[in-house]
Write a protein that binds this ligand. Structure first.
Ligand code: FES
Length: 350
């Protein structure tokens, strides 16, 4: 019986899933509204289907300029740690496995299927269903991408939330919306205002300070409190992985969990490059995915840092534009070569 749920989920395209998320958006608590959308961009279905069709991992890494851990199957229990609903994962996972056992060849709307399972979990846990819709959608998509066998084999264990994530959902939203006080004479300050960027990455969460109107990646580089490289080899400087710092490589992509309205508008080059890199998000002046080397902040922001990066816009979505590679650091030479090979054969610019 369990194969019926997998077949049912398999019929939906990435666009179907993203449309479903839009229709569910108002039912997801604000604490996880951006986070759910971001997760679906960090782990795109079209990307998964493409990599499954490729035989050789080394070729795949080279052709898409992949760095870091892009395989959702390695991160079934942890990929969603930036969602509030992450804490409910064990129950969500068990509920989806139970659904796989009883699911028949029905054809419910995808949104209704997610709603139904989320509300069963909410009843069991005695929490509001708005806190479960996002993580339940993530659970279904995880099953869809990794298959029931691997899904079931994951332990389902998650760490206890700490810091601000240990607070109530409303308290987290309110804290994320606040800006740092600039002191009694703060209204006189201009360039020397300071703000906080809160991050959640694959290992833990923390904060770094940002000077008003500074790029997020530059602010991250000034935080030398940890050996970032030891945590993630893409982190040459701070916790945000960087390479070119000129919107040429896509290493620094981040999700904006909160505060996107306090970031600089997306410039023409950043917009174009995000399309080339393959971030399948609506055109918007303040989108939820940004390049940290381009996005400046003039207020507090909360970000999620993905475990991988690559250049997949052309191969996955057919976004054919020509990359303008810029002179960058010597350490980026190899990366530039892989990006060049990832985009070779582009026929046109737009
Ligand atoms: S560091 Fe290369 S695009 Fe931002």
């Amino acid at each position: 019986m369990s194969a019926a749920l997998e077949s049912y989920l398999n019929q939906f395209s990435e666009s179907d899933w993203l449309d479903t998320l839009v229709s569910l958006s108002s039912e997801i608590h604000p604490v996880d509204r951006n986070a759910t959308q971001i997760w679906f961009r960090f782990f795109p279905l079209a990307f998964r289907r493409f990599i499954e069709s490729e035989q050789d991992e080394a070729d795949l890494r080279r052709s898409l300029g992949l760095l870091g851990d892009y395989d959702l199957a390695d991160q079934i229990d942890s990929s969603h740690r930036f969602l509030y609903g992450h804490r409910f994962w064990k129950t969500v996972k068990a509920a989806i496995e139970a659904e796989a056992e009883v699911f028949r060849d029905e054809k419910p709307e995808l949104a209704d299927e997610i709603r139904q399972v989320a509300s069963n979990i909410a009843e069991k846990l005695k929490v509001d269903v708005s806190l479960l819709i996002g993580i339940t959608a993530v659970g279904f998509m995880t099953l869809n991408q990794v298959g029931l066998e691997k899904f079931k084999a994951a332990a389902g264990e998650v760490e206890k939330p700490t810091g601000v994530m240990a607070k109530s959902p409303d308290a987290i939203v309110s804290e994320r919306n606040r800006d740092d006080s600039q002191g009694l004479l703060g209204f006189l300050r201009t360039v020397d205002k300071k703000f906080t960027v809160t991050y959640i990455d694959k290992i833990d969460s923390g904060k770094f300070q940002l000077i008003n109107d500074e790029e997020i990646a530059s602010a991250s580089a000034r935080d030398q409190s940890k050996n970032w490289r030891e945590r993630d080899e893409r982190c040459w400087e701070g916790v945000v992985p960087v390479e070119c710092r000129s919107a040429s490589c896509g290493t620094c992509w981040i999700g904006i969990l909160a505060g996107e309205e306090k970031l600089s508008e997306v410039g023409r080059r950043e917009r174009r490059m995000m399309k080339i890199f393959g971030y399948n998000q609506p055109e918007n002046e303040k989108p939820i995915l940004r390049l940290a080397c381009q996005a400046k902040a003039y207020g507090n922001a909360t970000i999620a840092i993905p475990t991988w990066n690559g250049v997949f816009g052309k191969k996955i979505y057919g976004n054919v534009e020509e990359l303008e590679l810029e002179p960058v650091t010597t350490s980026a030479k190899k990366l530039r070569e892989t990006i060049a090979s990832a985009t070779s054969g582009d026929e046109s610019t737009s």
